[in-house]
Design a protein around this ligand. Sequence first.
Ligand SMILES: NC(=O)C1=CN([C@@H]2O[C@H](COP(=O)(O)OP(=O)(O)OC[C@H]3O[C@@H](n4cnc5c(N)ncnc54)[C@H](OP(=O)(O)O)[C@@H]3O)[C@@H](O)[C@H]2O)C=CC1
Ligand SMILES: O=C(O)CCC(=O)C(=O)O
Length: 436
Amino acid sequence: MNAPSVPAKTIADPNALPSYLNADNLGPWGNYLQQVDRVAPYLGSLARWIETLKRPKRALIVDVPIELDNGTVAHFEGYRVQHNLSRGPGKGGVRFHQDVTLSEVMALSAWMSVKNAAVNVPYGGAKGGIRVDPKLLSRAELERLTRRYTSEIGFIIGPNKDIPAPDVNTNEQVMAWMMDTYSMNSGSTSTGVVTGKPISLGGSLGRKEATGRGVFVVGTEAAKHLNIDIVGARVVVQGLGNVGGVAAKLFHEAGARVISAQDHKGIVYAPNGIDVPALLEHVSRHGSVEGYPTEPLDSDAFWALECEFLIPAALESQITEKNAPFVRARMVIEGANGPTTPAADDILRERNILVAPDVIANAGGVTVSYFEWVQDFSSFFWSEDEINQRLVRIMQEAFGAVWQVAQDNRVTLRTATFIVACTRILQAREMRGLYP
Ligand SMILES: NC(=O)C1=CN([C@@H]2O[C@H](COP(=O)(O)OP(=O)(O)OC[C@H]3O[C@@H](n4cnc5c(N)ncnc54)[C@H](OP(=O)(O)O)[C@@H]3O)[C@@H](O)[C@H]2O)C=CC1
Ligand SMILES: O=C(O)CCC(=O)C(=O)O
């Protein structure tokens, strides 16, 4: 009788993904992996490096303990993920939000790698976050949290290593605290360690508005291809924070009609167009669109509004297979990172709705962050006009190149952007080689 054949020694599959990378349902990280799978057929011989894109280079989880104002000690979970450093130091924002997870930060860091390569700024991709609802903290608690987090991640960030910036619920003040903490710990003032700083601390003119401005530029470029006139065009925006607020303002100033805006507390709707400056003033005073005079509209109807531009500018996975069949926009301009799931992408494509993806549409922020970093290194600061002109040129050229790749390969703008960006990343990976 033959004995069953049993290998003398079972070796774990050396190419198996680490467990935290390969679960079936990983939310934004799972969506990113699907986007990478879609680009693989277009990478030629570079496809042999594709696994590089599916594994973050480095993921740091830190405990961030702080003393609350009432004397108790609270522990928060913080992350900094450096997805890819082949093209330069890590670059990407820091998010403070109660739903932040490691897998979400991994996805956000990976989209930074793609975005930075798409606009050809010399960075890899990184992102950070703390799982906290900052609205529940006092200003002093927020400062302690930011400083402790900065110290905990301090050994992997730096002007030549990884440069954080603002994201959801972080701003110039948070960046100032991060810069100060890093500088104290390293023994010299280091303005280049973060971008999105106050102007008085080496920040750049135009950075605060840059992401929304980039969204507007990409929207107007895409509109030219679809023969849409901006004047009178209808715009619907989700999220009136830094990105959505500026984008809404610029569309309004260009003569478009912003007909609806949503944040986590409410929806504003005015079919003839909202007075955007008045709405933004209301939001800055009350923290939300809630309470602003409006015609009634529920959340399902919001996504189904007929419009030329639908701009998700809040969080991930807002346009899904559930609401994508009802979207009646001519195009979706992604101000947020990861707002459209791959299943929704397919539905929108079938329905002939153009999607200008996050990895190009919201790249204006990091582009001006790059300008800020360059200005800090040279201690020579540019005028706002110079910055905006350079920003517009980079965004127009990058979007034009992506548009052409999409036409040539008959793929979506998302896959086209991934083709351009992943080619750059993997070429750098190949040229550098693997061994020290
Ligand atoms: N800041 C930047 O430079 C860049 C940001 N991004 C991306 O843009 C998006 C927005 O970032 P940013 O504007 O900086 O963040 P902000 O914190 O300034 O604003 C976030 C906005 O999203 C709204 N929001 C949050 N949760 C929901 C929800 N569940 N439903 C509806 N609205 C919601 C917030 O409303 P409320 O206040 O009511 O919670 C707020 O209006 C994020 O995806 C971010 O990653 C991308 C590139 C650069
Ligand atoms: O300005 C930066 O460095 C990064 C901004 C960011 O986090 C993003 O583009 O998502």
